[in-house]
Design a protein around this ligand. Structure first.
Ligand code: HPA
Length: 277
């Protein structure tokens, strides 16, 4: 057996045994980005499974991230939330970065919700804005490189609709009802861990990006490979700045604070959407 498959199955079996004992079968996977982890506080009757207890899983280290699966009820549905994701910049190989997504697939999720804190590339964006991700530009190594895992999906997956149009339309409707001023746009994923230089921001704008971050696309690629519909949202935590602005700095702690402030709106939207699935 492919050693990756063995690892996925072993981790999934460990989680499944815990969930079976609790009578939980999650239908929706949620990845919580930097500063957005408190959505898990809204999960009712939560069962917490620390990554460090799961065979083959590492411990997440990024700022604003914990390392747990939280399983329980949200808006009437059973969800499995990742409180903390694994980033390529932490030094994990791509198989590790996407392992939790494949474990959730084996556990039977039918939808994946992804969230992140992102820099605003679009000059009209403001700190605290929420952006529905409509497409992405991936500049992190593709997690599907290597022998294809045929059990999950095809060698050459279609990526014409990486983010589910039906979920996007529903989110826009719910956003209107809630009076949220939602943005829509393209997410540019780079490895980090450096934030962007002024001219990297400019370059991203030229190629059509609206927001930039260091995550999400590996998870989305692997979910789409496995035919899971995806809904993605960026919380804009800092904005592109003029190359002439000599005082500007991008500060990681400030980004987590901004994400936390905007999290309330994002959580309301996720709950509204999940309630309608
Ligand atoms: N760049 C990259 N990643 C980020 C940013 C940014 O400006 N803000 C939050 N995550």
């Amino acid at each position: 057996m492919d050693p990756r498959l063995e690892k996925i199955n072993q981790a999934a079996a460990y989680v499944k045994e815990i969930l079976d004992n609790e009578g939980l079968a999650p239908k929706i996977g949620i990845v919580l980005g930097s500063g957005l982890g408190r959505l898990s506080d809204d999960i009712e009757n939560p069962v917490t499974i620390p990554y460090k207890n799961i065979p083959g899983f590492p411990v997440s280290t990024a700022i604003g991230h914990k390392g747990n699966f939280i399983v329980g009820s949200l808006a009437g549905k059973t969800v499995i939330a990742m409180q903390g994701r694994l980033h390529y910049y932490e030094g994990y190989d791509m198989d590790m970065v996407v392992l939790p997504i494949r474990v959730m697939k084996v556990l039977g999720i039918e939808y994946l919700f992804v969230s992140n804190a992102a820099g605003g590339v679009n000059m009209s964006f403001q700190t605290g804005d929420l952006m529905i991700i409509t497409d992405h530009i991936n500049q992190i190594p593709n997690p599907l490189i290597g022998p294809n895992l045929d059990e999950f999906g095809p060698r050459f997956p279609d990526m014409t609709r990486p983010y589910d149009p039906r979920l996007i339309a529903m989110a826009e409707e719910i956003g209107k009802e809630m009076g949220l001023n939602l943005r829509k746009g393209v997410y540019f994923a780079c490895t980090g861990p450096t934030y962007e230089t002024p001219h990297e921001y400019k370059y991203m704008r030229v190629v059509g990006a609206d927001a930039v971050g260091m995550s999400t696309t590996p998870e989305v690629i692997v979910a789409r490979h496995a035919d899971i519909p995806v809904f993605g949202m960026s919380v804009i935590t800092d904005v592109a700045h003029d190359p002439e602005d000599t005082d500007y700095v991008t500060d990681g702690e400030e980004i987590v604070r901004q994400a936390d402030a905007a999290a309330t709106k994002m959580i309301a939207l996720f709950k509204g959407l999940i309630g309608r699935l």
